[in-house]
Design a binder for this molecule. Structure first.
Ligand SMILES: C[S@@+](CC[C@H](N)C(=O)[O-])C[C@H]1O[C@@H](n2cnc3c(N)ncnc32)[C@H](O)[C@@H]1O
Length: 292
């Protein structure tokens, strides 16, 4: 059933759902042509759900009204874009994955003078700070540069500042302990009122930048690419595009780490990789690693 307020009487021969599907497809087309953000290859059930929430929050009855705002109001579009991306994340999310990165990858990195790491779909930055903490504890942070990218500018701003609500810290500290902590999480932030701020020596190793996995190109010569809990929102062809991008961004012998519900299996680039850790979704690009 149509959920919109003040829904008109259905046109004979068309279900309300059909009309809504037409409106949504026109809306996605408008977003693509007006703002160059392409959501047509995202999993449509989740896009529809998020658009519906945004429409209700804006007090609009139909998606065609949303379309009109999208075309003519940039700040409306910015808010809509925020609502369309799921930015849920944590410090040391999925602790066993960080344990595996610590135990299996850092010993390899230590054979190189310098490493580059790309954290794609970084949301508000917790994943990349977790990686920076890990590298620091292994005495390797000074020899690493971390690139954290997302298409959500608001999330990138938060990541760049490294400021997070204090109420989340207890859960993050537990994740950190489970990942094989070498210190206390509180060693890595300073507290002020209801917030914590990640320490400068971590922030200065990270470059946050805007990058859209649908339209933008490779980040060259990476030793590790992490893209966790992003591909689940994409349809298969877009997943393939992103995986191709990661493969082309990695050096031979470089690592790719995906999220718990994502896999390289069945993808076109699978033959280019060997499995490093099946459970933690860590893969290694075949070929002789170039040193330096
Ligand atoms: C659920 S968060 C994952 C955050 C983090 N990687 C983690 O696992 O905790 C998904 C992120 O992917 C980003 N994203 C979605 N589509 C994207 C695209 N086309 N290009 C870049 N980032 C995208 C969203 O903005 C969001 O911040």
């Amino acid at each position: 059933m149509r959920t919109a307020l003040n829904a008109p009487a259905p046109i004979p021969g068309h279900l309300a759902e059909d009309i809504e599907a037409i409106e949504i497809s026109l809306l996605l087309e408008a977003i693509r042509r007006r703002w160059s953000y392409d959501f047509t290859q995202y999993s449509q059930a989740s896009i529809r759900r998020r658009l519906d929430q945004a429409r209700r929050a804006a007090g609009l009855a139909h998606f065609s009204e949303v379309l009109s705002h999208v075309l003519h109001d940039e700040s409306f579009f910015d808010r809509l874009l925020g609502a369309m991306s799921v930015t849920v994340t944590e410090l040391f999310r999925d602790p066993p994955c960080f344990r595996a990165l610590r135990e299996q990858l850092i010993p390899v990195f230590k054979t190189f003078p310098f490493v580059k790491i790309w954290c794609a779909g970084c949301a508000t930055g917790e994943e990349v700070y977790s990686l920076a903490i890990l590298l620091h504890e292994e005495g390797y942070l000074e020899r690493a540069r971390l690139y954290a990218t997302d298409f959500n500018r608001h999330s990138l701003d938060i990541g760049e500042k490294g400021i997070y609500p204090r109420r989340l810290v207890e859960r993050y500290a537990e994740n950190y302990r489970q990942s094989g902590a070498r210190a206390e999480l509180s060693d890595y932030y300073s507290s002020s009122y209801d917030f914590v701020r990640m320490k400068e020596f971590l922030r200065e190793r990270i470059v946050f930048s805007h990058h859209n996995l649908v339209t933008d190109g490779v980040f060259g010569e990476m030793n590790l690419v992490t893209c966790r809990n992003v591909l689940i929102y994409f349809d298969k062809p877009l997943q393939e595009r992103a995986l191709g991008l990661f493969s082309n961004s990695l050096r031979h012998g470089g690592f790719l780490c995906l999220g718990a519900r994502e896999t390289l299996q069945f993808s076109a680039i699978a033959p280019l990789f060997e499995v490093q850790d099946r459970r933690q979704k860590i893969y290694r690009k075949r070929g002789v690693p170039a040193h330096g």
